[in-house]
Design a protein around this ligand. Structure first.
Ligand SMILES: *Cc1c(COP(=O)(O)O)cnc(C)c1O
Length: 419
């Protein structure tokens, strides 16, 4: 069920009208639904129940403290890719012992922070990273629990920028070198091998690439264990896609059960399984509300110039991504026209939607759908635009989970040269 639906011709977020949200908090405005976040997370958690399996929400998809707090209250673990994300998880009520630390370029300082906090596992992506982590762990006087991110070389059939499991990608350790890498890892005094992981890409809409990757991983695990190195958990990464337009990704429960059954069928059901969903637990739990500033008829195209821009939502400019755009107020009495929905930023790449059939007037509100993942998290201050506010709706209640930035805040750390 969608938690963003029309009531008497007006789009609502749960029990709150989008018109009143825009009036109260201004635009552009990110609006999250607590019920939608909860439902998407529970689809994973419920399918994991009764198995040795757990969910680590990928913080980079949406790192707002209010959002992370919703997941922390549900008992989620987290997948982080920086020391900053660790700080966010802890500030949001998450616990370091439920955190896995991914990423290709962890600094020594980040490793130290994570070791001192006591994260559950470092997902290590290269041999030099093993060296560095071992040295930092020795300094801190701890053993770092590690998993190696293996690149299974499968094609997830997604956008090249969000495909991460191919040989040509910068991520992970090549499949053919992984067994030897595990022997290397096991020899370090301050490292403890505990698992194996992969993450093959994002916005994946089929189960088959996951099963291909999993089969390769399970073969490898058997080889690693025959070398006398115990693998306690298998982390299958994230990447499950969502419906932006007409995509039909597998149902979350089916996805989880299929992977768990395959692992059990291979006689490896005694191992713990980690899932690292990002987009699929936050993407469709948020919308971006924006107001039409001007309608500008053109020789070839009509433009709807809105107050949100590529700095608020970079995905269209970055990946030519499609986001559905709907008027907040249904105007059945007006004919629709085709518009390119564009922002005020001085770049031709600043568009949010192309050739959209809309019945709108200047001053109307539009809702950009599927804006809960890689939306605010990727936003910037380009053109000195303060970042949008974020609110969380919970039934009839609304909480500001991030105040709108002010222009003053944007240059607070800057200074002019001395006289
Ligand atoms: C980004 C990322 C995820 C989450 O990916 P989604 O496509 O948002 O589910 C999970 N694990 C790792 C290592 C990642 O880098």
């Amino acid at each position: 069920m969608s938690h963003f639906a029309y009531v008497d011709g007006v789009l609502h977020a749960e029990g709150v009208s989008a018109v009143s949200l825009a009036e109260q908090f201004g635009t552009p405005l990110f609006v999250y639904s607590r019920a939608a976040l909860t439902e998407a997370y529970q689809a994973y958690a419920h399918a994991c129940a009764g198995h040795r399996a757990s969910v680590h929400v990928a913080v980079k998809a949406n790192s707002n403290l209010g959002v992370l707090n919703v997941f922390a209250r549900l008992g989620a673990g987290f997948d982080i890719v920086s020391g900053g994300e660790l700080a966010r998880v802890l500030a949001a009520g998450g616990q370091a012992k439920d955190v896995v630390f991914s990423g290709v370029g962890k600094s020594a300082a980040e490793m130290r922070e994570a070791l001192e906090a006591g994260v559950k596992c470092f997902n290590v992506e290269s041999i030099p990273e093993l060296d560095r982590l071992n040295a930092v762990a020795a300094e801190v006087g701890k053993k770092a629990r590690i998993s190696l991110r293996v690149n299974p070389d499968v094609d997830p059939k997604t956008h090249p920028y969000i495909s991460t499991g191919l040989k040509a990608n910068k991520f992970g350790i090549a499949f053919d070198e992984a067994r030897a890498a595990y022997r290397t890892a096991a020899a370090f005094a301050h490292l403890e091998v505990v698992g194996i992981d992969c993450h093959i890409g994002s916005q994946i809409t089929e189960i088959a690439p996951y099963l291909d990757a999993l089969e390769k991983l399970l073969d490898l695990v058997e080889q690693i264990e025959s070398d006398g190195i115990a693998i306690h958990h298998i982390d299958v990464g994230g990447g499950l896609g969502i419906t932006y337009s007409k995509e039909t990704p597998p149902d979350t429960g089916l996805f989880v059960r299929t992977l768990l059954e395959r692992i059990e069928a291979r006689g490896q059901g005694h191992r713990e399984v980690y899932f690292e969903p990002g987009r699929s637990v936050t993407g469709n739990a948020g919308i971006l509300l924006t107001r039409v500033e001007f309608l500008k008829p053109g020789a070839e195209k009509n433009f709807a110039i809105v107050d949100a821009a590529m700095n608020d939502l970079a995905r269209p400019a970055m990946y030519q991504a499609y986001h559905a755009i709907d008027p907040v107020l249904e105007r059945h009495d007006m004919p629709t026209r085709l518009y390119d929905v564009v922002g005020p930023v001085c770049e031709s790449g600043d568009w949010l939607g192309r050739d959209r059939s809309l019945a709108v007037l200047p001053g109307d509100l539009l809702a950009i759908r599927s804006a809960g993942a890689y939306a605010f998290a990727m936003s910037s201050n380009y053109n000195t635009r303060p970042r949008a506010a974020e609110v969380m709706v919970d039934d009839q209640n609304v909480f500001v989970v991030r105040a709108r930035e002010t222009v003053r805040e944007l240059f607070a750390g800057e200074s002019i040269l001395p006289a």
